[in-house]
Design a protein around this ligand. Structure first.
Ligand SMILES: Nc1nc2c(ncn2[C@@H]2O[C@H](COP(=O)(O)OP(=O)(O)OP(=O)(O)O)[C@@H](O)[C@H]2O)c(=O)[nH]1
Ligand SMILES: [Mg+2]
Length: 198
């Protein structure tokens, strides 16, 4: 699917605002500040998702439609930017919102094809990430783990960090990604396209 035309569809703070289920969806999850919005922008090559140095910037579920042609009515697939979790200052507010629309989205959305779990490659294993992984496993959701901000670590250090994270979280593979350099972009697109075609 190239070239891609991307359009910001809606910032939904309520299940009633979710767009109708249609194309396959790819949701981006992870702790606040891990780089979800930056990764989406880097995938698209344009700034559609809001990036901020203040954790907790994204407070709604944001749907971005992707189109093969500019005037196409229905998107071919959707990228979904979710609020972050796990940051002390805001975690209470976010955990209050979690059952209202984030959990229903992850549990009930039929067209959710893949949950992409972002983990900062520079941060030691976190209990909140483990909780999310267990939640996805128990809901039977297909998920993929991505290690973000890989540009901050070089060679061996990056490998060791990713090995530790995959061991601690009990997952086979973590895809290294940098929104700054574009490392991992082609691999992640391949994973998305492959599942979108299923
Ligand atoms: N060095 C580096 N910095 C990054 C990268 N990706 C994101 N950042 C920085 O990390 C900060 C948070 O990025 P966001 O994309 O807003 O993170 P988020 O996960 O969407 O955050 P919330 O919406 O608050 O949950 C920003 O200051 C980004 O510039 C990366 O690949 N490399
Ligand atoms: Mg964000």
């Amino acid at each position: 699917m190239k070239p891609i035309h991307a359009k910001f569809l809606i910032a939904a703070g309520d299940t009633r605002l979710f767009p109708a289920e249609g194309p396959p969806e790819f949701a981006f999850l992870g702790r606040s500040n891990v780089g979800k919005s930056s990764l989406i922008n880097s995938l698209l090559g344009q700034k559609l998702a809001h990036v901020s140095s203040t954790p907790g910037r994204t407070r709604t579920i944001n749907f971005i439609g992707l189109y093969a042609k500019p005037n196409q009515h229905d998107p071919e697939l959707m990228l979904v930017d979710l609020p972050g979790y796990g940051y002390a200052k805001i975690s209470r507010e976010i955990s209050a919102e979690w059952p209202k629309f984030i959990e229903p989205y992850l549990k009930e959305r039929q067209t959710l094809q893949l949950a992409i779990v972002l983990i900062d490659a520079n941060v030691p294993p976190q209990a909140s990430d483990q909780q999310l992984i267990e939640f996805l496993q128990s809901s039977g959701r297909d998920f993929l783990v991505v290690g973000t901000k890989s540009d901050k670590l070089s060679g061996n250090k990056l490998r060791n960090a990713l090995n530790l994270l995959s061991r601690e979280h009990g997952i086979a593979n973590i895809l290294a990604y940098s929104a700054k350099t574009g490392a991992g972009r082609d691999e992640l697109w391949r994973e998305i396209r492959e599942r979108a075609a299923r």
